[in-house]
Every structure is written in structure tokens, then in C-alpha cells.
Design a protein around this ligand. Structure first.
Ligand code: HEC
Length: 158
């Protein structure tokens, strides 16, 4: 009887830990998705595939400012696996460096929301921000898969 009780305590604990993992992974994936979705139109503008408009640019800057801190806070030690995560071990092995990329990203975005006022300033400032994606994604960053693979995941609901 006692052994069964002890066993169920262990099972309950294991379930709780797993639920926490999945929550954190879901939170960070949602935060990244919000940023990537808002970045779709400005990305096309940057490549000359869509006419310039200021509102979508301000939209992605706001999305980064709001979601990057949530993203940063969603990497507890118990979320290295599970929840379909594609974050690599490097996130936890180089946590300070990873967090510093996010802090600089947010600071750059705050500055850009003042300096980008028209198409000319967009063309100068925005590519620098977009390059930050590559500081984490792909073989150069090493924290997450290449952007093409990450974008493909967004077609599957979370
Ligand atoms: C500080 C590092 C970092 C930066 C900067 C960053 N990403 Fe990510 N991104 C990640 C990590 C890590 C994951 C994997 C999260 C997981 O699966 O747990 C991810 C996941 C994603 C995903 C997949 C979301 C899903 O459905 O699971 C997309 C899309 C994405 N990023 C796009 C972008 C774009 C676009 C940018 C630039 C505007 C960007 N990322 C900037 C680290 C970063």
C-alpha cells in the first residue's frame, strides 16, 4: 500500500515537471511566432518585394519589444527537451551570451523605432535588425535551426 502511494507521488511529480516543460516551450515558440509573423511584410519590403509602408515596420518593432523579454524568460533548465522544442543545448551552455543577444536586440529595436521614419531610414536601419535573427538561427548562431526550417514549423499550429 505504502509502495503504491510512493509510486503515485513519483508519477504525479513526473507529470508536473513535464507540464512545466511544455508550457515554457509553448510560451517561447508563441513569442517567436508573434515576432516572425509581424516581420513578414517588412521582410518583403526590405527585399523590394512589397512597397514601403511605415505601419508594418512599427508593428514588428513593437512585437519584438513586447515578445523578446517573454522569449528570454522562457528557458528554464527543465525545458531543454519536450514540447517539440528546436532550441539547441547551446542556449543553456552559453546562457549569458544568448541573453546578451536578446538585450542588445531590444535596445537596437528601441533605437530603430525612433530612427526609422521613412523609406530611406528603413533601408539603412532595418537590415541591421534583421541580421540579428541570424545571430541565433543557423550554423553561425547555433541556438536554433536555419530560418527556412523555423518558418516551415509555423505552418503547424502550436
Ligand atoms: C536570441 C536568439 C534568437 C533570435 C535573435 C531570433 N530567434 Fe527565432 N528562435 C530562437 C530559438 C532558440 C528558437 C527555438 C525555440 C524552441 O523551439 O524552443 C526560435 C524559433 C523560431 C521560429 C519557430 C517558431 C515555432 O513555431 O516553433 C521562428 C519562425 C523564428 N524563430 C523566427 C525568427 C526570426 C524571423 C527572427 C528575427 C526577426 C528570430 N527568430 C530571431 C532564437 C532566436
Amino acid at each position: 500500500m505504502l509502495r503504491i502511494a510512493a509510486l503515485s507521488v513519483v508519477l504525479v511529480m513526473a507529470t508536473t515537471v513535464q507540464a512545466q516543460n511544455a508550457d515554457a516551450v509553448k510560451q517561447r515558440r508563441e513569442a517567436m511566432r508573434a515576432i516572425a509573423q509581424a516581420g513578414g511584410d517588412p521582410f518583403k519590403m526590405m527585399r523590394g518585394e512589397a512597397p514601403f509602408a511605415l505601419a508594418p515596420v512599427q508593428g514588428v518593432l513593437k512585437a519584438i519589444e513586447a515578445n523578446a523579454p517573454k522569449f528570454k524568460a522562457a528557458f528554464p533548465d527543465d525545458s531543454k527537451t519536450g514540447g517539440g522544442t528546436e532550441a539547441t543545448d547551446k542556449v543553456w551552455a552559453s546562457k549569458a551570451e544568448f541573453n546578451a543577444i536578446i538585450d542588445k536586440w531590444v535596445a537596437d529595436v528601441k533605437a530603430a523605432s525612433v530612427s526609422i521614419t521613412d523609406e530611406a531610414t528603413f533601408k539603412v536601419e532595418y537590415p541591421k535588425l534583421a541580421a540579428t535573427c541570424g545571430s541565433c538561427h543557423g550554423s553561425r548562431g547555433g541556438y536554433a535551426p536555419g530560418l527556412g526550417d523555423s518558418f516551415r514549423r509555423m505552418q503547424t499550429p502550436l
